[in-house]
Write a protein that binds this ligand. Structure first.
Ligand code: S3P
Length: 166
C-alpha cells in the first residue's frame, strides 16, 4: 500500500503521515525533506536562489523516485498535485488522500511560520486569509481529485485504518 498525502500548507500532512505510518506499519517520508536532503539546502533557499520553476522540477523528479518504493506514506508539498502531471502519476502509483481544512484553520497553522514558507512569505499578514482562500480555490480542483478526502478537524490515529482494509 502506497499513500500520497496531499493538502494545503498547514493542513497537517506531515503530522498525520507520521502518525498513520506508525499505526499502519508503513514507512514515512516527507517530499520537501527528500528534496532538501538531496539538494543540501532548505526549500526556502531553493525558492530564493533557484526560483519556483526549478523547485517544481525537483519536486516532480523526487516524487517519481517513489516508483521504486513500497508500503509508504508520503507527505507531499502543498503544491505537489497542482503541477506537471503529478496528480495522475500519484494515482497510478498508490492511493491519494486529501487532508481538507478550512482557510481559517490553515491561517491559524501557518501565520507564525511564514518565513519558512516561500509561497506566503511576502504576503501582508492582514491579507493572508484572503490569499489562502484564493489559493485554496485555485488548487481545490486538483485536491478534490483525490481517492479519499479527510477533514483535518476530524482526523485521529485510526482514521485511515478503515480505508486501507477496504
Ligand atoms: C508549497 C508548500 C510547501 C513546499 C513549498 C511549496 C506550496 O510544502 O513544498 O514551500 O506550493 O504550497 P508544505 O505544504 O509541506 O508546507
Amino acid at each position: 500500500m502506497n499513500i500520497f498525502l496531499i493538502g494545503f500548507m498547514g493542513s497537517g500532512k506531515s503530522h498525520w503521515a507520521k502518525v498513520w505510518a506508525e499505526k499502519e506499519n508503513l514507512s514515512f517520508y516527507d517530499l520537501d525533506t527528500e528534496i532538501e536532503n538531496a539538494f543540501g539546502t532548505s526549500i526556502a533557499d531553493i525558492f530564493e536562489k533557484e526560483g519556483e520553476e526549478k523547485f517544481r522540477e525537483l519536486e516532480r523528479y523526487h516524487l517519481r523516485i517513489f516508483q521504486n518504493k513500497k508500503n509508504f506514506i508520503l507527505a507531499c508539498g502543498g503544491g505537489t498535485p497542482c503541477f506537471s502531471d503529478n496528480m495522475q502519476w500519484m494515482q497510478e502509483h498508490g492511493k491519494v488522500i486529501y487532508l481538507k481544512a478550512t482557510p481559517e484553520l490553515l491561517l491559524k497553522q501557518v501565520m507564525h511560520e511564514t518565513e519558512q514558507r516561500p509561497i506566503i512569505k511576502k504576503v501582508n499578514p492582514s491579507e493572508l486569509l484572503f490569499f489562502i482562500q484564493k489559493k485554496l480555490q485555485e488548487r481545490e480542483p486538483f485536491y478534490s481529485q483525490a481517492d479519499i478526502i479527510i477533514n483535518t478537524a476530524d482526523a485521529n490515529e485510526n482514521t485511515i485504518s478503515g480505508f486501507l482494509s477496504s
